[in-house]
Design a protein around this ligand. Sequence first.
Ligand code: PMP
Length: 440
Amino acid sequence: MFKGFERLGIMKDVKKLQDSDRQNIWHPFTQMYDYETETPLIIERGEGNYLFDIEGKKYLDGISSLWVTVHGHNKKEINDAIKAQVDKVSHSTLLGLSNVPAVEFAEKLLKFVPQNLKKVFYSDSGSTSVEIALKIAFQYWQQGGGNTQKTKFLSFNNAYHGDTIGSVSVGGMDLFHAIYKPLLFSALHANFDNAVSLIEKHHHELAAVIIEPVIQGAAGMLTQPEGFLTKLREACTKHNVLLIVDEVATGFGRTGKMFACEHDKIEPDILCAAKGITGGYLPLAVTLTTQKIYDAFKYKYEELKTFFHGHTYTGNPLACAAGIANLEIFENEKTIEKLQPKITHLTKGLERFKDIPVVADIRQRGFMVGIELMKDVQKKIAYELKEKAGIKVIMNAREKGVILRPLGPVIVLMPPLSLTIEEIDFLLDVTYESIKVVTG
Ligand code: PMP
């Protein structure tokens, strides 16, 4: 840890770390051509809703460290839970055996999700939770589900379900994924107007529909028409198609409910969750299913209808211990209840952004916000990629002590649920100023 102000000593270590970072790390979703020319921001510690870099500079974490931090950094209860578990066992496999935190977390988690969901399949990232959902849905119809014609998936334009080949196949973001097209399986892509008619037309070949419920995150926080999930659920039920909800981004309170499905009170057949599941501490994910789907995999050993899938760190005890502590905080601190006035405050605070000439749209569901910038709103002229409007805004915000990450020209705000009213104001003030300074 860098203590005190022994400036020279600090600078030496800072430079060493920065050089080493540029020399050795290939950063995700990052154009390294640019990154190598910049001074890397290296985080050393976190406290509450703040991150501190290796020079001791403090930043508000405006994107929950990529949408994961829930109750803030360095949260005592989660720290303690992990420390206690380290002294027992840090990993033991779930392939054919079990471990205490994995058992306890599954039981607890099932109390927080739609009540038709009965089984927890563990993995370690949002992408794997989706990959698993797709494979389960496919295999379900091939065996116990009893309709081998149902092999296809319907997903949505602009959808983002992760970066593995299956989740990219049901993705709808050409910007990231066009190059991989030759590697992908084909899926039907719908929009919110034609999804139901596509289900009616193709149900005989559809294994499942997959959706990011209520709001599409990575596409730029695109919100869905109210009641859309209800319509989708009805169409899937009527036509015997499984409904997979990808709550990797929306789960654990982000939209103002514990899970986004609750807005429409729908029950999916499969639910994927990750990101906030450990409060933002460790890689853990789950794919939840109904009893009926689970039963379609229960046959005699020699029939080879097992679900042959399992990652090495599946059900990791440290991650599950963090998951239990995370849910306990939701209960003890009444996180969802306390979030409601903060959401109202955030909505009100966003009003004034409409006065900035380059702000084309403001989209919000709970603590998920997208502020879309356009070069000329009246004439609908978008910023060109090379103008890097979003990147310039977040770099300006960084100088002012807020960490953000844009989605192209969309400035994303997705702070921890533990953000206070004062911190909401600070986040909004800095974002407002940065947009004005950069685009004015
Ligand atoms: N699904 C959704 C809706 C997501 O937003 C993301 C990540 N942003 C993923 C899946 C993939 O999660 P991971 O990065 O943990 O693989």
